[in-house]
Design a protein around this ligand. Structure first.
Ligand code: SF4
Ligand code: SF4
Length: 436
């Protein structure tokens, strides 16, 4: 539980403000509805993903993959330019570790950066109670991205929580253990992003660096000419247990704590702040300013713009209704009492929009004598409704020809909201059915 020594400073204030905004956004999103639809909900049981006004059905996972690809390319781009800005400023592991440590300090009565010599038992209990309450809130809102919080409330009201209680309880316990015991060890030993970020860095990437030329030789103020007084504060405040004076290290999550700590020291001893600061290896080791425009950032930036443009095109070309036709495998062919042959089909429809729709289903271009039976004149679909219905196509058995059995099913909105959609299927003879 004993984390890094806390620090005060400009970056600490900025990060606290950023934490407050990020937590407010993270907790608010599951509750927000637009036109009755969740803003962001990955509803796996209902097989619907609500993503900022777009409702994605399982047949349209290309949109979800496109969004994931955009986020991955954005991560590449920002890592190549700004280093581990995600880790230091917006990763939930960093944000909530900060908040948990802050709660501990407040409840246990720290003075500045000092832990009280003895902490009363009630304060320890109160700290864990506060941690568990916050862990529950975090767990509840994390689950809220998959199960709407309104659904949880409905379950509580109807007393049907069932296994949900155990699930939320387990997630609360994992969250509590993570932010109380694991903390930034997660970044060092478990996070995959930390492992591959090295390949995204180059000498112009913004990192947190120590100005060796200015700081060395380090030592007591009266005995050396370097600006570093070797107080060790930058190491004490580092959650990754790094001595940044040893050079850039992969474990650095750019949390800026060492910048604030060192700036405080420099101000106290009357020297210029910025001995540790945001800078690139190019400026630290070659004395030249970092370049933003370079092959790597141009490549990632172009890829990011292209993937965003592709996503916009995909959404623009999106078909507002899902329409599929399958043979009903339980009854491929049937001979009717009047001697005609019948094929049963399952028609699957999805209204992917927020408006109710009314459709008509018909057969087009079929040879003479083919007939579509079933509820096809008007098919009503509520917003986001998925529907499966069965229809029957009958044909005179004596006039079946191998080359005249291709069917075209047409679905058309009665209000003309979009153009008609066509799906093909083959009318099966008993011989085809035996082969199938
Ligand atoms: S070296 Fe500085 S920025 Fe990096 S993790 Fe440690 S304190 Fe944070
Ligand atoms: S906080 Fe600054 S002065 Fe103190 S040891 Fe670190 S770099 Fe040197």
């Amino acid at each position: 539980m004993r984390g890094a020594r806390p620090v005060k400073g400009r970056y600490r204030d900025l990060r606290s403000a950023a934490n407050a905004v990020l937590i407010a956004v993270m907790f608010a999103i599951p509750w927000i509805r637009i036109g009755g639809d969740p803003l962001l909900l990955l509803d796996v049981p209902a097989r619907k993903f609500h993503v900022f006004g777009l409702v994605i059905f399982p047949q349209e996972l290309i949109y979800l993959w496109a969004l994931i690809a955009i986020m991955a390319v954005a991560l590449f781009f920002f890592t190549a330019t700004l280093g581990r800005v995600w880790c230091g400023w917006s990763c939930p592991q960093t944000v909530f570790t900060d908040v948990f440590a802050g709660l501990e300090r407040r409840i246990q009565g720290w003075t500045g950066t000092s832990r009280p010599r003895k902490v009363a038992a009630w304060r320890v209990v109160a700290t864990h109670a506060a941690w568990l309450s916050l862990s529950f809130l975090v767990a509840f809102h994390m689950v809220g991205y998959f199960v709407s919080p309104y659904a949880w409330i409905a379950r509580i009201e109807s007393n049907t929580l069932g296994a949900g209680v155990g699930f939320l309880g387990a997630l609360t316990a994992i969250t509590w253990a993570d932010f109380v015991f694991v903390r930034q060890s997660f970044c060092r030993f478990l996070c995959p992003y930390a492992r591959f970020q090295g390949v995204l860095f180059d000498r112009d990437t913004l990192v947190i660096g120590y100005d060796t030329e200015r700081g060395e030789p380090r030592g007591k103020r009266s005995k050396t000419t370097g600006d570093c007084v070797d107080c060790g504060l930058c190491v004490q405040v580092c959650p990754a247990s790094i001595d940044i004076r040893d050079g850039l290290q992969l474990d650095c999550i750019t949390c800026t704590q060492c910048i604030d700590a060192c700036n405080g020291v420099m101000t106290r001893i009357g020297r210029e702040p910025g001995l540790i600061d945001y800078r690139a290896l190019s400026s630290l080791e070659e004395g030249r300013p970092a370049r933003l425009v370079r092959p790597r950032t141009v490549a990632y930036g172009t890829l990011l713009v292209a993937s965003l443009a592709l996503f916009v095109v995909l959404v623009g070309a999106r078909i507002p209704v899902g329409f599929q036709v399958f043979h009903n495998r339980d009854a491929l062919t049937t001979v009717l009492p009047d001697g005609r042959l019948g094929n049963s089909f399952e028609v699957r429809l999805e209204n992917r929009g927020g408006e109710p729709r009314r459709y008509t289903l018909r057969l087009e271009g079929a040879p003479a004598g083919f007939e579509l039976l079933g509820e096809t004149a008007t098919i009503d679909l509520a917003p986001e409704q998925s529907l499966r219905t069965h229809v029957f196509v009958v044909a005179p058995i004596d006039e079946l020809h191998a080359d005249g059995r291709e069917l075209q099913f047409i679905i058309e909105p009665l209000d003309g909201a979009h153009s008609a959609l066509t799906r093909g299927a083959r009318f099966l003879s008993p011989a085809d059915a035996n082969d199938a």
